[in-house]
Design a protein. Sequence first.
Length: 305
Amino acid sequence: SRESLELDAKLELLTGYIRELYDDPSQQGRIQELFATLLDQHPHEVDIHDLYCSYLIAIEDYAGAAEQLGYALDIDPSSEERWRTLLSLYMQADDYAKSAEKGETALRYHPSSAMIHLMLGTDYNLMKEYDKALGNLNKAMELTDSVDYDAVSQIMSSMGDVYYAKGDRDSAFVYYDKAISIDPDNLLALNNCAYYLAVEGRDLDKAEEMSARTIKERPDDATSLDTYAWVMFRKKNYTEAMAYIDKAIANSEEPSEELYHHAGDIYFMNGEPQKALEFWEKALALDPDNELLQRKVKHKTYFYE
């Protein structure tokens, strides 16, 4: 029809226009106005919401992108991929409750989606609703082909995360080991297992070997570098720990409380108490209720727990 031809032409023009203006942040308002105008004229066109969503993701406005995708799904809830992107966007914006709520809606349309169950498992874990998390992960496992090794390993690794979070350390390590034996290249499982082994102070040689593998694959990943630094710290290789924590902080756009806390402990053990105190203070600013950090800052010294 003529109208859909007109819409295609408008979308093509808009796409070209966005490409031209995208690199100029001062044009963002202009682009958003164009979208608003187009949506006024065609409020029920999924393609416009999709394009707007992609643009908002590109400028890292995840909440805005999720809103546009939500409109697209209200019009046409049939695309599983859209639902998964929507859940990811809410996760990206740290809104796990919203992601879980949308995931439950998505299951009404896609009840046999292993991936949506897996994402829900992650949401509920982060919300500390461990039974719901495990329920979804078990369901994801049921729905996954047993020879899809990547997916099976991913689900096992997520189960490890949940068991660790709920305090069942032994089960956690059993699941991480399963995840890694099924897919030896599962970097998330390797990293998390190595990190928690270091936290527990057990199997440190195994932790070092696992962490070294993730760093080989992702030499600039702050989380992987932090894990390796922490393994080195627990092995009392303080000089090496310092080199890696420095690299982790340099590669982190917004270092977390944990990263600064680790840095403080590592610098203290390297005989730099003043620098350690600065890191602990930065960590405490991000996590003011942390009693261990409060003691370290107050007494200007390291405590074992």
